[in-house]
Structure formats: C-alpha cells, structure tokens
Design a protein around this ligand. Structure first.
Ligand code: DX5
Ligand code: ZN
Length: 221
C-alpha cells in the first residue's frame, strides 16, 4: 500500500479554512486530519465540532481523518456529523468503555480507530486490532502542533507495525506528530501507512502547498 497524506487542518491558516480544503482536495490528497481537543484530556482547544461538521459541505474527494483528544468523545459525534467514509480516532487513555465508543462509531457507518499517546504501550492494542480500521500513533505529546518528537517513537512505531502484522488483521497505521521532512522516510520504513503532515512539513512558512504535497507524497510513497 502506498503511503498516504493527511494534512493537519489545525496547522493551516485559520482565516482561510475553506480555501485550504478546496486546494488540498484539488491536489488529490487522500485525507484531511481534523483535530478536536476538549481542554480537559489535553490543555488546548482547536477545531470546533461545528467546523468539523461544516467540512462535509466542501469536501469532494478527501476523506475526514478525525482525531478526538477528549474524554467521553461520543458526546461530540452528532455535532461532528460522523458518518460514512470518516475515520474516527479516539484515545485509548480517554475511553474507559472503549468497546462501546468503537461500536458507536461503526454504527454510524464510520471507521473506528484507536489513538495511543506516547506513554501508552503498544500491547494494549492486541485485543482491539480486529475491531478497528486504523491505529494512530502519537509521536509527540498530544495537544499542540510544533512539539518535539518523543524519544523512542520510531521504535514504538515499528513495534505497533509488528503487532499488526502478527495479528492477521489489517488496520491502517497512522503517525501523528512532528512528521518532518527529515523523519517521514524513517517513519515510512518503520511501517506507517498514513502521515499527519503539519507544522514540521506542509505548513512550514513560505512553502507552496502544491510543491510540498508533491514532495511529501514522493517521500512517503
Ligand atoms: C497534535 C495533533 C497533531 C498536530 C501535529 O496534538 O494531534 O495532529 O497537528 O502537528 P505537528 O506536525 O506540528 O506536530
Ligand atoms: Zn492529530
């Protein structure tokens, strides 16, 4: 499977969101990464549920890759209009009743995914791999763009890849956090399928988005 990009909308120009979505859509980008934060699970607020819902009005090809950094994430599903075609990642650390949350996502026609914060061991995934369509591995501590990569992240990414390959199931493996020009190839070599492209790559100052998308796509293909 070729590597796929998921540009992080929270890193784009907040005053030109619709234009950003249209440009990425026209470039044929596979996914748009939509971060939601509740200022509780992580000390920050980013895209609102209503803005995440509104993206459906302009997206033509790109699929929504929704990353919910919140406790009780189900409370936001209606407001985000979760449905067919969406991937919805909830944090393992934030969901005491993970089975119910994943079932709710699936009942809405979306693909359930589990996000792991840096301090959570890959082995917790074992019992869930048959019930999800993607694993999101955070290589920074969640909550803000521009954070440094957590030491040991590459080894963790490779460990999750091995866990998936040994499981007989085939969820996608997404890497999120400091996916930089310098590190994205190594992340691909560690087994990532999807790359959240944020402030360390696509959204660096002064880059032409078309050229940056083409360059990143080539690096992770
Ligand atoms: C951070 C978010 C990431 C963020 C990545 O908590 O989950 O998606 O946008 O931004 P960079 O690429 O700057 O680490
Ligand atoms: Zn994210």
């Amino acid at each position: 499977m070729r590597g796929m990009l998921s540009p992080s909308l929270m890193c784009a120009d907040p005053l030109n969101v619709q234009q950003e979505l249209t440009v990425l859509d026209d470039l044929g980008v596979d996914y748009i990464h939509l971060d939601f934060m509740d200022n509780h699970f992580v000390p920050n607020l980013t895209l609102s549920p209503e803005l995440i819902k509104a993206t459906k009005k302009v997206l033509r090809h790109m699929k929504r890759d929704i990353h919910i950094m919140a406790v009780e994430p189900q409370q936001y599903f209606d407001r985000m209009d979760i449905g067919e075609g969406d991937i919805v990642a909830v944090h393992y650390e934030a969901c005491p009743d993970l089975a119910a949350v994943l079932a709710d996502i699936r009942q809405r026609g979306a693909t359930p995914a589990i996000a792991l914060s840096p301090d959570t061991e890959p082995e917790v995934l074992t019992e869930w791999l048959g019930r999800i369509g993607m694993v999101l591995v955070m290589t920074v501590y969640p909550g803000f763009a521009g954070r440094p990569i957590v030491p040991g992240s590459m080894e963790k990414l490779a460990a999750v890849r091995r866990l998936i390959d040994e499981s007989g199931y085939h969820p996608l493996l997404e890497v999120d956090g400091h996916v930089s020009w310098e590190l994205c190839r190594e992340m691909r070599a560690c087994g990532a399928d999807m790359f959240v492209a944020g402030s360390s790559s696509l959204y660096q100052e002064g880059l032409d988005i078309g050229e940056a998308v083409a360059r990143m796509s080539e690096l992770v293909k």
